[in-house]
Design a protein around this ligand. Structure first.
Ligand SMILES: [Mg+2]
Length: 310
């Protein structure tokens, strides 16, 4: 029995349509800007976020929304025209004010949706992996998620989804959803490890080499957590900024990995927590695994320099 059927269905529908939006921009209109934090943002991020927020607001008007993009200074009239052209060509009937919808967050509520309109913008810009991630937390507890990954393993669009205590699923292309599970590999040495293509730190690979790991998958976005969840990789280690990590980046993938039978903690072994838009960790890194090797990884990490200095 799916308790949050309506929420899960909406999240899945939204990542599907938002992925059409981002793909429209990827092939037709690739202008981008640099945000205050030095990270890139594109018109596709805005178009995707505005569409997702307006649909959540329509379906769950009482719910709060936590979304990544807010730099509406980039949305000039020329940019707005391009967004409208995109919506029209994808038969999205959009009559609202674009800037207003980009920044709409609703009233404070214990039901909070997280929206990452494009996770892995650098990957998106280079025609590599990226994802659209939506989550719902209730009283700071992840309950529902959907992640759209265009071009995942050469499939047009792969959608991952999970509901708390109800398992994780995947749909490749137009196929039906099927359950996914993490792999059962027990040896660190034979594990396949994902790491962040554009936001990695040297200690991650130094640590992996010290364990004898040889099979690496460098990739952008939360698609790495999808790979661990569906058993295509056993480990993902990501450096994190303790002060500046955000809920929309981690919540969907965390729920997916856990519901697929895997584990995810910070590199000290503590659980990840969410307080509104902030993702809280006690150490500067996250580790996701198939679960069976998690304890071995944490034990090995204990003697790592990055933990001694944090
Ligand atoms: Mg993003």
């Amino acid at each position: 029995m799916v308790e949050y059927f309506k929420e899960l269905s909406l999240a899945i529908d939204l990542v599907r349509k938002a992925s059409e939006i981002t793909e429209w921009f990827r092939t037709k209109h690739s202008s981008s800007f640099i945000k205050k934090d030095d990270s890139p943002v594109t018109l596709a991020d805005f178009a995707s976020q505005i569409f997702i927020i307006s649909e959540i607001k329509k379906n769950f008007p009482e719910d709060q929304i936590i979304a990544e993009e807010e730099s509406s200074i980039f949305l000039n009239s020329n940019a707005e025209e391009i967004l409208k052209r995109c919506y029209k060509s994808l038969q999205i009937n959009f009559k609202k004010n674009l800037k207003e919808m980009l920044n709409y967050r609703g009233l404070s509520s214990n039901r909070q949706w997280t929206v990452d309109p494009i996770d892995g913008t650098k990957g998106f810009q280079k025609n590599l992996a990226y994802a659209v991630g939506i989550g719902l937390m209730i009283q700071s507890e992840p309950m529902v998620c959907a992640i759209g990954v265009p071009n995942y393993k050469n499939t047009s669009l792969t959608i991952f989804s999970a509901e708390k205590n109800n398992g994780a699923k995947v749909s490749y292309g137009v196929q039906n959803f099927t359950k996914i599970r993490v792999s059962d590999i027990r040896e660190l040495k034979s594990s396949r490890m994902c790491y962040s293509l554009h936001y990695n730190k040297p200690w991650v690979l130094d640590f992996a080499h010290s364990l004898g790991i040889t099979n690496f998958i460098p990739m952008d976005s939360m698609a790495k957590l999808c790979m661990v969840a569906e058993g295509s990789a056993e480990i993902y280690i990501k450096p994190m900024n303790i002060q500046h990590s955000f809920t929309w980046d981690f919540l969907p993938g965390e729920l997916l990995v856990k519901e697929a039978g895997g584990m995810i903690t910070d590199i000290k072994g503590n659980p990840i927590k969410y307080v509104n838009d902030k993702c809280k960790v006690t150490a500067p890194g996250l580790i996701a695994s198939n679960g069976t090797i998690h304890k071995d990884l944490l034990t090995a990490l204990k003697s790592n320099e990055v933990l001694k200095t944090s």
